[in-house]
Ligand binder design. Sequence first.
Ligand SMILES: [Zn+2]
Length: 473
Amino acid sequence: MSNNNINLIIRGGKVVSPSSTIEADVAISDEKIVAVVSPGVLPKAEREIDAAGHYVLPGAIDSHVHFREPGYAYKEDWGTGTAAAACGGTTSVFEMPNTNPPTGTLEALKLKQDCAAAQAYVDYGIYGLLDEDNIDVLEDLIGAGVSGFKCFMGNTFGDLPAPSDGAMLEGFEILARHGYRCTVHAENPSIMARRQERMVQAGRTDPLAHLAARPEVCAVEAVGRAVAFAEWTGARLHIAHKSSKDALYILKDAKARGVDVTVETCPHYLLMSTDDMTTLGGALRVNPPVREPGHAEALWEALHEGTIDMIATDHAPHQPDEKSSKNIWECDCGFPGVETQMPIMLTQVNAGRMTLNQYVKWSAHAPAHAWGCYPNKGVIQAGSDADIVVVSLDKGYIIDRENLHSKSKMTVWHGFETTATVAWTLVRGRTVVENSVLIGESGWGKKIEQKMPEPAPQNIEKSMDAIVKAPRF
Ligand SMILES: [Zn+2]
């Protein structure tokens, strides 16, 4: 093989896919992988990474991050958020619309696109907001380049009100026509608001009051409703941050019926419980809450059997004083996670809770499929983007909040001992992290190109678009 166009070789590592782990060298030309071949076949290239003793993985694709800009750049900005992603082995992110202004108008989208383009270290998609008042703008947002939509059925940071069911259904009808996927925060807002109000009146301000305000039935009801709307309209659906075992049967049944619904869970739901809430307090306040012991095991099982498709982080940074009140209602919800996901989950690989192949499936392969960017992303093969992470599975470290690249130092993982390390991160062929040190340039990250499968709308003749245009009798 001629090495004319090869400018980088990752040599001597073990290349991992969902189905195999093979010793291979990876040749990269500019932004693309051009060959994955037996060790030693390739002639020397101008630059080489010695990956001996390491594993070579497709970069993680995180369906769920909040980078807070525009509006809350003191919590995070696109530079710090994507730097954290790169250092954590995440090469693609999909960013949520509860910024200020929320990403529900063309002007707000343009503001965010400019922030991202100027600062990103990794590739990105930007979610548009689906809410009560912007149904007539959804198609414009699609035209202007959103990657998908987010519908806050339940409240979270930013206090965006949930749309009415009527608006949500009409929005799904529109997204179905375009084949777009809508991510939902599936919790019932009316139940939560009433319970929180009653507990506030009763003087409950303890950490577990947060859990009590959002019982599992909130998710059961909202997941069921979202699935019903998705199945009726043919809109693609993504369930954000699955935290409890209770709604899993709905998702399993929906998938069996052929509903295009994908599901994510997060490291804190797989590894933490209310036991941690009592020690961490407001730092662990997150929506939905971490649940009592017993849910995590069910989530692991659901990953293994395929009801849950992928691991995301819900990276949601805040400043320490926003998370430290003794009154749980005064603590902002969420914490950073994009930098710690991979080392923590690889530690679970080492602990035998999943194989490395499964990890690659859940962190890269599945989200690439869900968001229409496979095989450009999510796999190490000739022709794909060179989004690659080189990791060590026998060198760990203790997570220290002060070392995080996020502006938020409020991680619930402070002190967690990993058994794995992200050594190199490549984004489209550029080395962004070298020997665990950020060396990339902000502004290198670009919008992820997507090609969703053909739209499959259902019940078109009963959609809002059809009924308002119907002939009058
Ligand atoms: Zn979120």
